[in-house]
Design a protein around this ligand. Structure first.
Ligand SMILES: [Fe+2]
Ligand SMILES: [Fe+2]
Length: 189
């Protein structure tokens, strides 16, 4: 599927606001990918489709989880807001005919993060949170860091996410902790 076909399909399945968010994430991801010399098309596609399943109703989401035979563990069953990432990864393969595992993983782990995230996945995770509509001062401060040290930018965002989850006393997915630990251990921050 080329980019225009993907966009047409997304317009069918996403609400207008969400589709616009996807386009902004895709273009932010593209900017970062250019800087890091990554395959632009893969990054743009990952950004475009990352939330492809997010507008489905609860019942439709549950039927897709069943259809794709996605086995949610106990923690995942407690975090419905991450389900769209797992369903989206299956749709990437089935609906958008993506064979590149790095794109599939970028979609699958854009919500929780994971030790499995490659550079494309990290860029999508970051772009999702710093796209221009997210106008917070602490987010704006992250922009220069993305170009200076992408892992440190990722770590900042993971810290913010964990602080939020803890402040609201919400369940934390182990993949989020794993992603954060990996960066600290490997980079020695
Ligand atoms: Fe999402
Ligand atoms: Fe998103």
């Amino acid at each position: 599927m080329d980019l225009e076909e993907i966009k047409d399909k997304l317009k069918d399945i996403m609400e207008k606001n969400r589709y616009e968010h996807a386009c902004r994430v895709s273009s932010v991801a593209e900017q970062i990918a250019e800087y890091y010399n990554l395959p632009i098309k893969s990054v743009k596609i990952s950004g475009l489709i990352h939330d492809c399943a997010k507008d489905y109703s609860d019942s439709h989401m549950k039927s897709l989880i069943k259809k794709y035979n996605i086995r949610l563990n106990e923690v995942e069953r407690h975090i419905p807001k991450i389900w769209h990432a797992y369903v989206g990864a299956e749709m990437a393969k089935e609906v958008f005919q993506i064979e590149d595992q790095e794109i599939v993983d970028a979609v699958k782990y854009h919500s929780t993060a994971s030790v499995k995230l490659g550079l494309i996945g990290k860029i999508v995770y970051i772009a999702d949170k710093i796209e221009p509509d997210r106008n917070l001062t602490k987010i704006k401060k992250l922009w220069p860091l993305v170009y200076k040290d992408i892992d440190l930018a990722m770590l900042e965002l993971l810290d913010q996410e964990l602080e939020y989850l803890i402040s609201k006393r919400l369940v934390v997915h182990p993949d989020t902790i794993g992603a954060r630990n990996k960066i600290i251990i490997e980079k020695g921050y």
